[in-house]
Design a protein around this ligand. Structure first.
Ligand SMILES: Cc1cc2nc3c(=O)[nH]c(=O)nc-3n(C[C@H](O)[C@H](O)[C@H](O)COP(=O)(O)O)c2cc1C
Length: 248
């Protein structure tokens, strides 16, 4: 199978980079092809802006959706975006590897979504959700946190993981991916920022890497998370079951 790992961390010796390296080794050893998009190393520009478009449909006002669609139709998409789309198209499974920064993904990964998932090419009104462009492909988040596992949950100090990951996981579902349960590597801060004993932390982080590598061996057989699809909504986009409930 073909795997794409999108790595969003500025430091090549970080725990995130170690997770990416371990995933690459485990997957390659079992005969898979692995491609890595290392967004910081590649200098990926996450800021969507008019300067990326060389053949503007309207030079006087930058309307992102219009320029994306026009650039796609006229084959003038920015080269870095074209390269990322090609990697996604070749992948059977996409892994997004990132640290939790301010209760969400780092800005570089959010900007990768903004720029790479091009309106008109990657999604259109009826080419979304369970009829999305990437239907048949799988996606999984591998997320590191600073806070310990006990601090995550409804009302807990660190927030609820499913809520914090919802925008990115729902966007992947919007694009047609089957989204698998995230792999969370809690309390991943090394470099003196950990909460516990340093040796114990090192062992735990190594164990996390082994757990992740073991999971990857069977990731193609996992059942995806459940998200609503077109059959779940009425013409106005309301949930059919909720619309039935919300009668007054
Ligand atoms: C800008 C920034 C924001 C952060 N926000 C959070 C957060 O919201 N929740 C959390 O648990 N950890 C947070 N952290 C801690 C990182 O998640 C943690 O340091 C990282 O996962 C460790 O992996 P690394 O060694 O690969 O950087 C934040 C760190 C930074 C630099």
């Amino acid at each position: 199978m073909n795997f794409l790992i999108v790595q969003s961390h500025p430091e090549a010796t970080s725990y995130n980079a170690q997770l990416t390296g371990a995933a690459q080794r485990a997957l390659s050893t079992s005969g898979n092809e692995v491609v890595i998009s290392d967004l910081y190393a590649e200098g990926f520009d996450p800021v969507e802006a008019g300067r990326h478009y060389r053949n503007r449909i309207d030079a006087s006002a930058f309307v992102p959706l219009a320029e994306q669609r026009h650039a796609s139709d006229t084959h003038t998409l920015p080269q870095d975006v074209v390269a990322e789309i090609a990697k996604l198209e070749a992948a059977d499974v996409v892994i997004l590897q990132f640290p939790l920064w301010w209760h969400g993904p780092p800005a570089i990964l959010k900007g990768w979504f903004d720029r790479v998932f091009v309106s008109g090419k990657i999604y259109r009104s009826r080419m979304r959700y369970d009829t999305g462009y990437f239907k048949g492909k799988r996606a999984v988040l591998s997320v590191t946190t600073g806070a310990p596992e006990t601090a995550f949950g409804p009302g807990a100090r660190g927030g609820e993981m499913s809520t914090m990951l919802w925008p990115i996981q729902y966007s992947l579902h919007y694009l047609g991916f089957s989204v698998l349960a995230p792999q969370c590597h809690f309390e991943a801060s090394g470099h003196g920022y950990g909460y516990g004993d340093e040796l114990e932390t090192k062992r735990r982080l190594e164990q996390n890497i082994d757990n992740w590598s073991s999971r990857l061996a069977h990731i193609a057989d996992e059942d995806p998370l459940n998200f609503p699809g077109w059959a779940s909504w009425d013409e106005a986009g309301r949930s059919i079951s909720r619309a039935e409930q919300d009668v007054c």
